[in-house]
Design a protein. Structure first.
Length: 322
């Protein structure tokens, strides 16, 4: 697998060291956005997909291509448009010179796929992408084609421009492990960005991890033990988001129309394990669950009209649960 350790503790130490190297290498190109980079890497090591939400010009594409470069992975970008068909992303069968059909793979056949502005394409094409994310394969003309490993989708969405878009339904948003918001850079960070991007400076990036090492670390995360009380805490947070159930809080009953499903509990545990590992801890605690809870729950709870009228955000409700 490219990694050989005496025990799991040694492997966790190695993952923490690899994460630190990745962070430093990515920072050579990406100014600021430390929390965003951290969240993307946590979801990658947890073998989950992420949705990046932010206005144009915040370097979402640069961030994803930089991460794929330092991870020595194949990267492809799909610009979603209203006329994009499922076969445009999955691939199709073509007639070759010998007059027999052969499969021509689409841009989904890469390790890291950037699905740019996923809400700009019709539901049929969105569904093809989301099926590939879940099954890690595509089916064309009755034949199943496995996607390369690791396979990681980063989709972007523009939160301010909703005309002519096809918003993802809640059930499909649930396929994404994390919903990661991107904000404007600070004044000082923007000065640095402009300085570095308006000259002929060319930054060389080193490859920190191979595909085989990433797969080994993904397996390691699954093996990390978690105490019963931490696991129960993660499940209780997800359970409390469900209005009119035994564990729901008054605030949830008041402001939430739909709560998070069991997939949220699974991702809270996996994300907490990865968050602990990259910080050199051998088992997650409650603080690790709290650190990633916003990313997991933000897109899985649906506010009602009362919350919108009173300006109560998903983050307000999640903070109340913890």
């Amino acid at each position: 697998m490219g990694l050989n350790f005496q025990n799991d503790k040694e492997a966790v130490d190695s993952l923490a060291g690899a994460y630190e190297k990745l962070r430093k290498e990515i920072a050579k190109v990406i100014v600021g956005q430390e929390e965003v980079v951290k969240a993307v890497l946590i979801s990658l090591f947890s073998n989950g997909h992420s949705l990046l939400v932010g206005v144009p010009g915040l370097a979402k594409t640069l961030l994803v291509s930089t991460i794929s470069e330092v991870l020595d992975l194949e990267f492809k970008r799909i610009q979603f448009t209203p006329d994009l068909m499922p076969s445009d992303i999955t691939g199709s069968e073509i007639l070759d010179e010998s007059r027999s059909f052969k499969f021509n793979p689409g841009p989904l056949f890469a390790n890291i796929v950037l699905a740019d502005e996923i809400n700009r394409t019709p539901p049929k094409t969105q569904a093809a992408l989301l099926e590939a994310m879940q099954e890690r394969s595509v089916t064309v003309s009755g034949h199943r084609h496995l996607l390369p490993k690791p396979f990681f989708v980063l989709a972007t969405q523009n939160p301010i421009e909703q005309e002519g878009t096809y918003p993802l339904p809640e059930a499909q948003l649930d396929r994404f492990m994390f919903n990661i918001p991107l904000d404007y850079p600070s004044y000082e960070e923007e000065i640095q960005v402009v300085k570095e991007t308006t000259t002929d400076k060319n930054t060389e990036l080193a490859n920190v991890l191979t595909a085989e090492e990433i797969l080994a670390y993904q397996q390691l995360i699954r093996k990390i033990p978690i105490a019963d009380n931490v696991l129960e805490y993660a499940v209780s947070i997800a359970s409390k988001t469900r209005p009119n159930t035994k564990m729901a809080t008054g605030e949830v009953n008041n402001y939430i129309a739909w709560g998070a499903g069991p997939r949220a509990s699974q991702y809270l545990v996996l994300g907490a394990k990865t968050h602990a590992a990259i910080n050199g801890k051998y088992s997650p605690d409650i603080e690790d669950v709290q650190a990633i809870a916003n990313y997991v729950l933000r897109h899985r709870i649906v506010r009602n009209y009362k919350a919108e009228a009173e300006g109560i955000t998903e983050e307000n409700v999640i903070a109340g649960l913890m």
